[in-house]
Design a protein around this ligand. Sequence first.
Ligand code: BGC
Length: 268
Amino acid sequence: MNTYSLQGQVALVTGADSGIGKGVAIEMAKAGASVVINHVDAHEVAQQTVDEIKAAGGEAYAIHADVSSEEEVQNMFAEMFSKYGTVDILVNNAGLQRDSKFVDMTLEQWQTVIGINLTGQFLCAREAAREFIRRGVVPGRSKAAGKIICMSSVHEVIPWGGHVNYATSKGGVMMLMKSMAQELAPHKIRVMSIGPGAIETHINQAAWSSKAALDKLLTLIPYGRPGVTEDIGKLAVWLASDDADYITGTTIFMDGGMTLYPGFADNG
Ligand code: BGC
């Protein structure tokens, strides 16, 4: 793979101040993209990611926006256009969990997760697609007019009790991604998802930070280790690059085999 395959391109990564988003932002910057670090928490934290990227010779800029707010998303795109002129890659990464037993789940827990994980992806993708269509393919920069990478999860296919809001949001992301891909392909826009399994971040810290929890988690991962954010970052770079120019409308699972129904290895 060409390490600098995103040279000259602008990438917006939502929720890029921590976790998988930060890993994706760092790898995209290494590949030569100018990266917008979207964040909703403290500016100082996002600025640290910007500083890290710049210290390594990359280019990045932090913009605050709640992706579930249409107005904030539109303001973020306007600020990105005044800073970098356009956008070539959107990584729809911002997401969260608000876990609860189904019967105890509040409407607020439901709406927060759907609002950020699903509506947020819609709002950002719509703005990106509008710009990709307006601008079209730029010869010499990328074969596509634009690329949208949706951060999904193994839970777009694996049901997840105790997390019904989250699994529903990711099932929704799957059809959002596929339907957008179908509609936008004639405009030379590629749309695809990454379906991470258990990647070590703060979102699932309880599942890997103690030995007992990790042993239990590993029964779900045939490959025998949790993922790290660099795994996902490198995949995102490849998917956005012209090496993956014929990929659209599909989810690439990166999960150490979590979607292989490991419980069936010695049962059934
Ligand atoms: C969730 C994590 C979980 C993983 C595997 C992810 O989408 O956010 O909390 O560990 O799926 O179950």
